[in-house]
Structure formats: C-alpha cells, structure tokens
Design a protein around this ligand. Structure first.
Ligand code: ADP
Ligand code: TRP
Length: 326
C-alpha cells in the first residue's frame, strides 16, 4: 500500500503531533511504501514570514529524521519541490463544488477565530487533495482533526474521475488511530499551536519541565480517589508509560493518595527517557543541516517522478495535452 501524509511547517513540533501523527506514520514505514512531506505551500495560508517558514521547515525535517524517519525506505520531501501539486490543485478546483469547501470545519473554525479568510485558506483542502492524489496514495495517516479533509479528497477524486471518464486518480482512505486521536494540551483542550498549550518535542529541558508542571488539574485533594479518565496528566502519562506502569497508576488514582505533583514529576521523567535519544539525534542534525537538505533533495527527485507520471495521465484525460503525447 502507498501511504502519504504531510505536516505544515507553521510552528514547533509538539506531543500532539508526535503521538497523533508522527509516531504512527513512522511505524508504518516497516510495512508500506511511505511518502511524507513538509507542507510549505499550506503553511503560507497562515504564515507570512520568510525566516520563520525556513526555520520551521528545517525543524520539521530534523524532527522527523530524529524521530526515526528512514530516508532510504521513505520518500521525504518538501511540497515546494513538487510544484506539480499546485497545477493539479488548479485542475481539481475546477471540479470541486464551493459547497464542499464551505462545509469544512477547519475553515469555519478559522473564521470563527476572526481570521479574514484568503482564497488560499478556502482552497486549502483542494491543495491537500492534490498532495494525496498526485502520489496515488491509498492510506493517509493523520489525527482526528484531518478526517474531513481526507473525505474531501475522496469526493474530489470521484468527481474528477467521473467528469473526465478517467482512472488517473486513486481513492484514498484516512487512517486514524482512535487511541491517540486527540492529545490534550496543558489547559485540557486539544494540544495545538493555535491554542498556545503545547509541550514541545525539542525545546530546552527546563522549559519542558515547567510546562509539564503547569498542566491543568482539578482540585481533588491528595487523599481522595480520582478518575484517571478525567485527568490530563494521566492522559499524557499513559502515552509514555508501558502498560504495566499505566495500570499501576490507574489503580492508585482510583484508590486515592496520589498527588498530581507526583504524577507530573513521573511524566517529566518518562518524557526524558522516551524522547531523550531522539532529542540527542536532533542536536546532531542541527550540526549537519547539509545532510538534512541532501535527504530532502533526494526525496524531491523521487516524489517528482511519481507526480510527473500522474500529471501526464491527468493532462491527457482533461484534454490539456494530446492523448498520444509522452
Ligand atoms: P496544530 O493543531 O498544532 O496546528 P497541525 O494541524 O499542524 O497541528 O497537525 C499536524 C498533525 O498532527 C496532523 O496530522 C494532526 O492531526 C496531528 N495533531 C496535531 N495536534 C494533535 C493532537 N492534539 N492530537 C492528535 N493529533 C494531533
Ligand atoms: N492539513 C494537514 C495538517 O494541517 C497537513 C497536510 C497537508 C496533509 N497536505 C496533506 C496531511 C496531505 C495529509 C495529507 O495537519
């Protein structure tokens, strides 16, 4: 199966990205042909800062590599380096009903936040559909919040093939791990850079500790029994701890006698234990960004080959070029 996913370089990587998206994506490398990319064009819908875009792009690249992306096995690239996706996005726009995009939650949420929408923000799901469809992807591993965008890609694929009597585009399916669908942030809402409630993957240890110690909890006294299902700290701890440790904490919560401070301290220890090796690799990559850019260039060449094959068929099926053109 061909697996594809993208991530916007619009901020620093956090635990929500890791458990909700990056970790399952990396695990899929063993069994599938994976394409992972950095969605630079998408980031332009919310970021107009040359230096920051460049910095976040490099950080996302180093982050994925440090967390175990294997560039021999997996095609890893920047969206910018496959400009054919923007051509496909235009073609797909012409078969995409406005109503489909008007219904998108993420667009409606942005408007509700008071953002004046650009055309790019409105058309964002069409570009995402192009990312997916241009590589002939079967499976798209993402967090719960992206499910609707994958469904839009399915609709657009069907509309394109029907409109042009084409078989050029393959139907993609979302792949969402329910147990990590929504990772909570320090305030208990979904962890997201737009809520400023994230715990970063690669920030300085001291700042991470402070964030973890500031996780919001209720005011149940230490002695009282607690419901682990209602606690943010537990929700994060269970992601890091092995099943037997998780079961022990669960029992202690229910018995009473556990203070949130104690759980937070353990969570910080686990964070360091589990992410320590990746954090070290990240520091090494920082000293060797040449290698990072070389990997992205190699991935771009491989991705572009696939994109060009799809585009030849798409252009022919639309009548943009002659059917016998090679
Ligand atoms: P953010 O919400 O911080 O802007 P992105 O939208 O860039 O994060 O998310 C990148 C990937 O990480 C997506 O696949 C998304 O579903 C996943 N993701 C982000 N935050 C979470 C979370 N809190 N829980 C689960 N998955 C998440
Ligand atoms: N919209 C996705 C996000 O914010 C990023 C993305 C862009 C993506 N293109 C994609 C994800 C294609 C999966 C497939 O997380």
């Amino acid at each position: 199966m061909r697996v594809l996913s993208g991530i916007q370089p619009s901020g620093r990587l956090h635990l929500g990205n890791y458990f909700g998206a990056i970790r399952p994506q990396i695990a899929m490398q063993q069994e599938h042909e994976c394409f992972y990319f950095i969605a630079t064009y998408h980031a332009l819908t919310s970021l107009a800062d040359r230096q920051l875009l460049e910095e976040y792009t490099r950080e996302v690249a180093m982050g994925y590599l440090a967390l175990g992306l294997d560039p021999e096995r997996t095609v890893f690239y920047r969206q910018t380096d496959v400009p054919e996706v923007t051509e496909l996005a235009w073609i797909l726009s012409c078969v995409t009903p406005m109503g489909l995009l008007q219904r998108c939650h993420s667009f409606k949420d942005k408007i509700a936040q008071g953002i004046t929408p650009s055309h790019g923000l409105f058309a964002y799901p069409v570009l995402q559909a192009a990312d997916i469809l241009i590589m002939g992807s079967h499976l798209v591993p993402v967090g719960q919040d992206q499910k609707q965008h994958i469904e839009v890609a399915q609709d657009i694929q069907a509309k394109f093939n029907l409109a042009f009597g084409s078989e050029a585009l393959v139907r993609p399916e979302p792949y969402i791990r329910e147990e990590v669908a929504v990772i909570p942030g320090v305030d208990g809402r979904k962890m997201s850079k737009s809520y400023d409630n994230t715990i970063e993957l690669f920030g300085p240890e001291k700042a991470i500790r402070k964030k973890i110690m500031s996780l919001k909890t209720d005011s149940t006294p230490v002695e009282a029994p607690k419901d682990p299902g209602q606690c943010n700290v537990f929700a994060l701890l269970r992601l890091f701890a092995d099943p037997s440790e998780t079961a022990e904490w669960e029992q202690r919560y229910r018995q009473g006698g556990v203070g949130y401070g104690e759980v937070k301290k353990r969570l910080f220890e686990l964070y360091v234990e589990v992410l320590g090796p990746a954090r070290e690799r990240y520091e090494q990559l920082k000293q060797n960004t040449h290698e990072v850019y070389r990997i992205l260039a190699d991935g771009a060449a491989r991705a572009r080959n696939v994109a060009n094959d799809t585009m030849r068929k798409v252009r022919q099926d639309c009548g943009l070029i002659r059917a016998d053109a090679s």
